[in-house]
Design a protein around this ligand. Structure first.
Ligand code: ACO
Ligand code: PYR
Ligand code: MG
Length: 346
């Protein structure tokens, strides 16, 4: 941990000042695209209009012989394609890989002023963030950038989960974290072959009750990790995200998995396919009826004090704060989405 007095000092002479607050905008989905694919690049303006965040992926899913093409495609996207105000992120290759140094040097030098966040895979501890932190500062200084590029860590190794709090607090550049259920499953030696979602074998069985069939319920394999991630992120003032749901055609399963994460405190999830954008939008935008109720609570207790009854339910300071979370999110989303503004009466 750095001396608190120097925590917000730039890590290289000439690098921009670290931010005190992480920028907040709609973050319901981080939409992944393959920048080595001409077809996906051609679709980017449409994707930018429908996704909250666009991410050019350079790591897993990009084959070794297309790594350089992907990097070059992302530079082109950042320079030449009009993405409006949609934030542009990247996922660079893993820190031990032969590509990551060129990923960082090229992207910061060529499109550093357009790039909002660098997602770092397989983060194991604060030392990984410190490495990227210092390197980004040096590159930002050389490129003359005026705004720091933020870091988003993927939580996808057992060691990373064990160190989740120190990762969340490793740098003022930390924007947030995503669950990486595929690599995490492998790292933990879980016996699954899926990318996120549940498993029919992971369930609890009710006690025998005579001849009646015993009730049985599937459980969420990711509950524990999401809980740890949400607490670590909230405590550090950064944002937790569910990661990918790999069964592209199972939109119902995707919705259920995203909803569990939303209810537990995640602000968004990844979309790997255009069909998942609508799912994330639906799940991570609060229900109009919940927003209406939350507004009633805020109006009933305008100074956040005392105790009240609304529809038979006790309301006090704590429910006022919950309602504020809901209404603040609704206002943020409504400011950019006329349909939601109407649904929320804002
Ligand atoms: C564990 C992890 O690390 S997850 C993160 C890494 N993985 C990724 O980034 C995967 C990103 N997604 C993809 O590559 C693709 O969506 C796939 C391979 C999963 C499925 O692709 P396809 O089989 O082409 O799907 P499908 O046929 O339904 O695609 C329909 C259209 O959407 C396009 N499309 C598919 N995915 C995307 C995307 N992520 N962004 C933009 N367009 C897309 C296809 O190119 C196709 O376009 P067309 O109609 O002009 O031909
Ligand atoms: C998200 C990711 O990279 C994983 O699940 O492995
Ligand atoms: Mg992974």
């Amino acid at each position: 941990m750095r001396n608190p007095r120097s925590h917000f000092a730039p890590l290289a002479i000439g690098a921009p000042e670290p931010l005190r607050e992480i920028p907040v905008g709609p973050m319901r989905m981080i939409h992944f695209f393959d920048p080595s694919s001409e077809k996906m690049l051609a679709r980017l303006p449409d994707m930018a209009a429908s996704a909250d965040i666009l991410l050019g992926n350079l790591e897993d899913a990009i084959p070794a012989d297309r790594k350089e093409a992907a990097r070059a495609g992302l530079v082109r996207a950042g320079r030449e394609i009009d993405l409006g105000s949609t934030p542009l992120w990247t996922r660079v290759n893993a820190l031990e890989s032969p590509w990551v140094l060129d990923d960082l040097v090229t992207l910061v030098t060529e499109i550093g002023s357009r790039l909002d966040v660098v997602m770092v895979p397989k983060v194991e501890g604060a030392w990984d963030i410190h490495y990227v932190d210092r390197l980004l500062a040096q590159l930002e200084a050389r490129a003359g950038l005026s705004r720091p590029i933020l870091i988003h860590a993927i939580l996808e190794t057992a060691q990373g989960v064990a160190n989740v709090e120190e990762i969340a607090n490793a740098s003022p550049r930390m924007q947030g974290m995503s669950l990486g259920p595929a690599d995490l499953a492998a790292s933990r030696r879980m016996k699954t072959t899926r990318v996120g979602g549940g498993h029919p074998g992971y369930r609890v069985l009710g006690d025998p009750a005579g001849d009646a069939a015993r009730p049985s319920y599937q459980q969420d394999l990711w509950h524990y990790t999401i809980g740890r991630m949400v607490d670590a992120c909230a405590a550090a003032g950064i944002f937790p995200f569910y990661g990918p749901f790999g069964d592209i055609k199972d939109l119902e399963g995707c919705e259920a998995q995203f909803r569990g994460a939303y209810l537990m405190g995640c602000v968004g999830a990844w979309s790997l396919h255009p069909g998942q954008i609508a799912v994330a939008k639906k799940v991570f935008s609060p229900e109009p009826s919940e927003v209406a109720f939350a507004k009633r609570v805020l109006e009933a207790i305008p100074d956040g004090a005392g105790v009240h009854m609304i529809d038979g339910k006790m309301q006090d300071d704590a429910t006022w704060k919950q309602s504020k979370v809901m209404v603040d999110l609704a206002e943020l989303l409504a400011a950019k989405d006329p349909e939601l503004a109407e649904a929320y009466g804002m």
